[in-house]
Design a protein around this ligand. Sequence first.
Ligand code: SF4
Length: 236
Amino acid sequence: MQNGMLYIEKIKREIKENKEAAVSIAPSYPAAFGQNKAGRLVSALKKLGFSRVEETVYILPKIIKLRSELVKHSEIPILGNSCPRIVKMIHEEFPHLVSCLPSFHSPMVAHCSSLKQRFGKDIITVFIGPCIEKRAEAEEAESVDYVLTFKEFYKWLQMEKIDLENLESRPFDAEPPEWARFSVFLMEIHGIKESKAFLEGFPQNSRKGKFIELLGCKGGCLNGPGMLGRGVNIKR
Ligand code: SF4
């Protein structure tokens, strides 16, 4: 059984045992399911038994504030830690740049921590997004219990015969400010080769007071390995 299916079985068991479960859904969900499917996705997740459904960007205003403080007081430019592929590469190939990474958590880990802080440490947290690498990151973080890709989540919906077309829209359980949704797409460099070339010249190729987010996948998270859309026929 593939990891994702195994996780789905575990999550289903936990929900069946009446444990509370919450979802943190990555900002790229409109690219996976269609621009106008947000409310139906919430309904689908509630149907699967999740008591709370939030967007990961809910935590962005807090993280952006921390980033601004950091760059303001740093003598060197700061590298983002949203992409686990990049963080791993920095640790393995550019250890002298580890100090340029923020000491606070990535958005996924920070949002799941926030869910546990607000709704109790026993709430099960499930991050759903386009990234398979986040599974390794989650193993190191106490706050993220499971990671599913959009492809795996879509498979789950199919297994339960849940059709998004037949669901009513429901609002997310928390609304982040609209600007937070757009701020995540302000990446500067994407692709492993491109990021590596950039890191080879860092920090001389950047200036103090700058925050630089590198994304390992070419095209960023919208092209992540767990993204839905290629080969999946979903009515938008
Ligand atoms: S760029 Fe790719 S590896 Fe990095 S967080 Fe996004 S999906 Fe994951």
